[in-house]
Write a protein that binds this ligand. Structure first.
Ligand code: CDT
Length: 341
């Protein structure tokens, strides 16, 4: 029996340093209205969706820095609340990324899954893999990526969660409650993030992202040509979304913050919805605010989960110890002059 749900990615184009949260939320509301008019059930918004990608700036003033984070409850704070109120009004679920400041003074790059039908947060994820550096580069022309300075690595792990009530006609029960998971941007490049979700039977992975089109200091110092750099950034983004969707037999939805922030910091687009065979079902065509929609039959996950990637039949965990025992590379010893190690 088909288990079809309608999913969307809401890409957000340029957000400038000076753009207020209210301005951005206004744009998100327009995307949400458009999704509702197309009978979408779940909309993914990008990583750090309410502001520009502030980790590119070095900010020494504590008050100025704190103003980039959401303090208290993001679903009820004055400037961000309209998004969640609209989701409730439209009875549409959303996943959205934001900079979280906790009561005890910690800072996470987080996202939540908010059920508009139930009017509450069903799950929260805090980004585990923080790219970039804690200190700015010496080169004054470099584009900094200071996530390691402004955030603490997530402490919640990769927790899959069930969302009942999305599949029309499918009774609640094992197959009637889709299994969702969330990750954020750089997490998508790590097979480990996906496999931990895959091991919980995930059927849809949501991933918001901010990926610079050109970042030779952070990403690839050989990449001196901005156009080639952007092509490769887009290629790697789609490569990991497609490959990891396939090897974990799951749908994935990714939503970009894209465009030229402040008219000069370019972020790639390429928001896409991928099926469990690794096929791209929908992809954005611009760097602007744009919604893509796809009907996803979760039964299609059964093929991979039951055959090629039936983990319980084929995985050989006795050989995977290094994955959790070791962080960096330990190379094998050199072969000696007489062929001995
Ligand atoms: N936001 C985020 O995680 N971005 C990284 C950029 C790394 S290279 C500058 C990414 O993996 O896309």
């Amino acid at each position: 029996m088909p288990r079809i749900i309608r999913l969307a990615a809401a890409q957000l184009g340029a957000i400038h340093n000076t753009d207020s949260r209210s301005h951005v939320v206004g744009r998100m509301l327009a995307l949400l209205e458009s999704a509702a008019s197309q009978k979408v059930q779940v909309v993914l918004f990008p990583e750090l969706a309410f502001t520009t990608f502030f980790p590119r700036y070095i900010i020494h003033d504590e008050q100025e820095l704190e103003a980039w984070y959401e303090h208290g409850d993001v679903t009820t704070n004055a400037e961000t609340r309209p998004l969640f109120d609209k989701a409730k009004e439209l009875k549409i679920d959303i996943s959205v990324g934001y900079a979280e400041a906790t009561e005890d003074g910690r800072h996470f790059n987080s996202c939540i899954y908010f059920s508009g039908r139930e009017g509450r947060v069903l799950s929260k994820y805090r980004k585990v893999h923080l790219p970039g550096t804690a200190e700015p580069y010496d080169d004054p022309d470099a584009v900094n990526h200071l996530e390691k300075r402004y955030f603490t690595p997530g402490d919640l792990g990769f927790q899959a969660f069930r969302v009942p009530g999305l599949e029309a006609g499918v009774p609640s029960g094992e197959r009637g409650e889709p299994i969702f998971g969330m990750m954020i941007c750089n997490d998508r490049r790590w097979a480990e993030s996906w496999r931990v979700l895959g091991l919980q039977g995930v059927e849809v992975v949501f991933c918001g992202f901010n990926t610079p089109a050109f970042a030779p200091h952070t990403r690839n110092s050989l990449d001196k040509d901005p156009e080639q750099s952007e092509r490769m950034a887009l290629f790697h983004h789609k490569l990991v979304m497609q490959a990891h969707s396939y090897t974990n037999a799951t749908y994935s939805v990714s939503a970009a913050r894209s465009g030229y922030d402040d008219g000069k910091y370019k972020l790639i687009g390429g928001s896409c919805i991928v099926d469990p065979e690794g096929v791209v079902l929908a992809e954005t065509q611009t760097l602007e605010d744009e919604l893509i929609v796809a009907d996803c039959d979760l039964e299609l996950c059964r093929q991979g989960k039951g055959k090629t990637f039936a983990f319980e039949k084929h995985r050989r965990t006795e050989h995977y110890g290094r994955i959790v025992a070791q962080t960096g590379v330990i190379e094998p010893p050199r072969i000696g002059a007489h062929g001995q190690a």
